[in-house]
Design a protein around this ligand. Structure first.
Ligand SMILES: Cc1cc2nc3c(=O)[nH]c(=O)nc-3n(C[C@H](O)[C@H](O)[C@H](O)COP(=O)(O)OP(=O)(O)OC[C@H]3O[C@@H](n4cnc5c(N)ncnc54)[C@H](O)[C@@H]3O)c2cc1C
Length: 436
């Protein structure tokens, strides 16, 4: 007897990227009469806002990541494939993954995100890792913990201090959160753990080219964040640029109105990069294939419905999209923007399937927040500005709410309560490449 394979005539939607934008698009599309293929080079969705907690030994990778197949297991029309997309051909409506076999689509959603930028100084990447992936977070954790180990066995005071100096470049939310957690580690977590050194003697420098930390926030919240950082022993160096990064030193440059550029060489072994944005390379590819405009950091300028000009079936969302319709400034690279855009594309596709006009995208700003150490944060929610413990509790609640999967939420809550009560950061494991 011959088996008849039923042909699936439902429109095929291909999503590239299972981050906040791609995953939300997949979940919303699961309710429509379409078949969906979600491609990601990783097999998991990563909650990037908590990466700094992995980098500073507060949480384990499994607390902040969940397998895409598990998240989407109930969505029967969604097919997950682990592969990296290397090419997009909008004329033929195909995408080509690294493992070959072009995939045809009726609608394509590109949500491959962005990464940090070294402003053309890629050679700094080795000495100053950025924080974007779980591998990055584990590498940062390894370097930070190893620095204390090296300091413990270093008899020369100057060389010891170099091991105990940590430089964080960029005072946006990631830099502020990293520096705060490093300060807390030095002041509290590691207390009593060493015999030759006092971890509290560690210097944490937070370097920022602008004149204040957290520039997207109002100046009063920036000032509060700076005060909280200083309470944790962090030295905030605003108006300062990084002029050179070497394995054993970083050169800081300050512009003095009368004396001109003033350089200071800071001996240190641990430099962490939290500055700049660089869009995923698929942005450039889409530009080459469609003529779509790119912004300064390589993001694709999208239409009001998030499609690419002249290609109504091709959408770019999340950190890779430059959306500025009706706004003073383009939308920032934030998780809520990516999630809302992912959901919106599903609405646009639903409208197209029903021959209705597609609604334009509108962002509903529910606020932004950054945390500084164990019980301080700053938050702006509409006109409401919060700081201190109230902001930290709001931060905790919101981050827990948005963590994917019930298990993760419970694990993270338990771990945080434990860390909070004991000042401990229990995941202080040096794993990976071994001693430098
Ligand atoms: C350290 C850090 C801290 C942050 N903190 C906050 C915060 O506190 N609050 C906040 O709102 N936002 C925060 N953000 C920003 C937020 O994480 C991003 O705005 C959001 O992740 C963007 O979602 P996205 O879906 O566009 O991209 P991403 O979440 O980056 O997802 C992109 C996905 O695409 C996949 N991918 C990339 N290229 C390919 C390819 N060629 N083929 C297949 N798959 C590919 C990747 O594996 C990834 O899964 C933070 C970001 C970082 C890095």
């Amino acid at each position: 007897m011959q088996t008849q394979i039923k042909k699936d005539n439902r429109p095929h939607v291909v999503i590239v990227g299972g981050g906040f934008a791609g995953l939300n698009a997949a979940k919303s599309l699961a309710k429509l009469p379409v078949r969906v293929t979600l491609l990601d080079r990783r097999n998991y969705h990563l909650f990037q806002p908590l990466l700094y907690q992995v980098a500073t030994a507060g949480l384990s990778p499994g607390n902040i990541a969940a397998p895409l197949r598990g998240i989407l297991r109930g969505r029967q029309n969604v097919h997950v494939l682990m592969d990296e997309v290397r090419d997009v051909d909008p004329a033929r409506r195909t995408v080509t993954p690294a493992r070959g076999g072009a995939l045809g689509y009726d609608y394509l959603i590109v949500a491959t995100g962005a990464s940090h930028s070294y402003f053309g100084r890629e050679e700094w990447a080795q000495a100053a890792p950025g924080l974007k992936t779980i591998d990055d977070a584990l590498e940062i954790r390894r370097r930070v913990l190893l620095a204390y180990e090296e300091a413990e066995r270093e008899p020369d005071p100057a060389r010891r201090q170099a091991w105990l100096t940590f430089v964080v470049v960029g005072a946006g939310p990631t830099g502020v959160e990293l520096a705060g957690a490093l300060g807390e580690m030095a002041q509290y977590t590691l207390r009593g753990n060493f015999r030759s050194i006092d971890p509290a003697a560690a210097r944490v420098l937070l370097v920022e080219a602008m004149d204040r930390v957290l520039t997207p926030y109002p100046p009063d919240l920036s000032a509060k964040a700076e005060a909280s950082l200083e309470r944790l022993g962090v030295t905030v160096c605003t108006g300062t640029m990084v002029a050179a990064v070497e394995p054993q030193a970083v050169t800081l440059r300050r512009r003095d109105p009368t004396l001109g550029d003033q350089d200071e060489i800071v001996p240190c072994h641990t430099v962490l990069w939290a500055a700049g944005v660089q869009a995923s390379p698929l942005g450039k590819l889409i530009h080459e294939r469609t003529g779509a405009e790119l912004d300064r950091v390589g993001r694709v300028v999208v239409e009001p419905d998030l499609s690419v000009k002249g290609f109504p079936e091709l959408f770019v969302v999340g950190d890779l999209a430059h959306f500025a319709h009706g706004l003073e400034r383009p939308l920032p690279g934030l998780a809520p923007v990516a999630m809302q855009q992912g959901n919106h594309v599903a609405k646009v596709i639903a409208a197209r399937l029903a021959d209705r006009a597609a609604p334009p995208f509108r962002y509903h700003d529910k606020g932004t927040m950054a945390t500084i150490g164990r019980a301080a944060a700053v938050a702006q929610i509409g006109r409401l500005r919060l700081s201190g413990l109230a902001a930290w509790l709001a931060w905790l609640f919101i981050h827990l709410m948005y963590l994917v999967g019930f298990d993760n939420r419970v694990l993270v809550l338990v771990q945080w309560v434990w860390n909070y009560v004991t000042y401990r950061r229990g995941v202080r494991l040096i794993v990976g490449q071994g001693t430098e």
